[in-house]
Design a binder for this molecule. Structure first.
Ligand SMILES: *[C@@H]1O[C@H](CO)[C@@H](O)[C@H](O)[C@H]1NC(C)=O
Ligand SMILES: *[C@@H]1O[C@H](CO)[C@@H](O)[C@H](O)[C@H]1NC(C)=O
Length: 393
């Protein structure tokens, strides 16, 4: 009796050991091997286009996330000359506060302006003189802004002399309408900058083409080109998280344009390159110490050109860089942003623009997404933009 019981137990023990082994093999061997051989899996994990929030957001109505006086439109990106269809990407153009205040009647946003606490604050300096001079002519041309003349009106304001434009490059997951991103646009609008933000291919309402590094940089390039085609006002690039990799790559590609290139780049929570970032990411916690981590995870992404090598690209353009990073960032660890700063500082030529770094203490709990809530941030941005918007490096 006792003897058979023990044998049974032994058998159960053996079976659970086998089960553990199978689970171990599946999680730590089979899954990484699938990752190694599936570009789709690699892109999926990197870009996370399938994670969507907030639910049910209608991107054609930016006012639903508090962004009144914002134009939603689409730009078609051709990947090469023979690309007949192209890739359509969704873009928001957020008007600066000073223009919104002046044209609130024409834009039909008087009520929204009256209810916006940001509009009750002391206005930031901007191109008030130019706005004042040109507004009678614009008013008579656009007594009311309707879908038919919206594009002309927004482009007219974009061309207004003395303005500044920020091109915002978002990180992975979700869309241009996500909460933490909208918070940044509102902050930049308050500083009287025009803000452009868009969804790369594969995200939100942009065409569902699988994203690649080359593809998303190309999307950014076309939105930049649209802005630069429309206005000669200075453009500053802002990247967040994965968007910092897009930002440095874009700036490297535009460097040869000299005075038509972006005047500076702000990197929020950046990393050095994907090899470093993926090892540090919370998703990789279970995997990063496996001897086959490089073979199954990092190397295949490099081979498939998913690299985002900001540590190389920062050497390839000359414009000033401002890096901001929170110590309690768990998605892109603080050390990676700081390392990128040191690399840029040591490696860029003496005649390149300055590189600055701002650290935000862990006790302030801004994490990966909420540096925009730091009360000193608007001042830092304003100083950076004022210092470099008119300088060509
Ligand atoms: C910018 O202007 C050039 C020259 O007119 C044109 O070929 C190009 O399509 C424009 N790009 C965008 C994105 O509007
Ligand atoms: C994986 O690659 C990184 C970066 O090249 C390297 O520093 C590290 O030593 C490699 N790890 C292994 C286990 O080969």
């Amino acid at each position: 009796m006792l003897f058979t019981r023990r044998r049974q137990l032994k058998r159960v023990g053996l079976r659970s050991l086998q089960a553990c082994l199978v689970i171990f093999l599946l999680i730590f061997v089979v899954l990484p091997l699938i990752f190694r051989y599936s570009v789709t899996f690699q892109r999926g994990i990197l870009f996370l286009t399938f994670i969507k929030y907030p639910k049910g957001l209608d991107l054609t109505k930016p006012e639903s996330v508090g962004l009144y006086a914002t134009r939603n439109f689409y730009i078609t990106v051709k990947d090469h000359d023979q690309d007949e269809d192209g890739v359509r990407v969704g873009v928001w153009h957020v008007l600066p506060s000073n223009a919104v205040r002046r044209f609130k009647r024409e834009l039909r946003v008087e009520e929204a302006v009256a209810q916006d606490p940001d509009q009750q604050l002391e206005p930031a300096p901007g191109n008030e003189r130019e706005l004042k001079e040109l507004s009678p002519a614009i008013r008579s041309e656009f007594p009311v802004v309707l879908p038919e003349n919206e594009q002309l009106f927004y482009e007219r304001l974009l061309r207004m002399p003395g303005g500044t434009v920020v091109l915002y490059l978002h990180g992975n997951t979700a869309s241009r309408g996500s909460g933490h991103r909208s918070e940044v646009y509102k902050l930049l609008r308050k500083l009287n900058y025009h803000v452009f933000s868009f969804d790369y291919r594969g995200y939100a309402d942009s065409d569902p083409v699988p994203p690649t590094e080359e593809g998303v940089v190309r999307d950014a390039m076309m939105v930049f080109e649209y802005i630069a085609n429309t206005t000669s006002n200075p453009i500053v690039v802002w990247g967040h998280s994965l968007g910092t990799g897009v930002a440095t790559h874009l700036c490297a590609k535009l460097a040869s344009l000299r005075e038509r290139a972006p005047r500076g780049v702000i990197l929020e929570s950046p990393f050095t390159n994907i090899r470093d970032e993926i090892r540090m990411h919370p998703f990789a916690k279970l995997y990063k110490n496996l001897p086959w981590f490089n073979f199954t995870i990092s190397q295949p992404m490099y081979t498939n050109k998913l690299r985002f090598e900001s540590d190389i690209h920062v050497m390839e353009f000359r414009q000033p860089i401002m890096i901001i990073h929170a110590e309690d960032d768990v998605v892109v660890p603080f050390n990676l942003g700081y390392r990128l700063y040191r690399i840029a500082l040591d490696g860029r030529s003496r005649t390149s623009g300055p590189v600055e770094f701002h650290r935000f203490g862990a006790s302030r709990k801004y994490g990966h997404k909420y540096l925009c809530r730091a009360p000193e941030l608007p001042g830092l941005i304003q100083k950076f933009v004022e210092n470099y918007r008119d300088t060509v490096y």
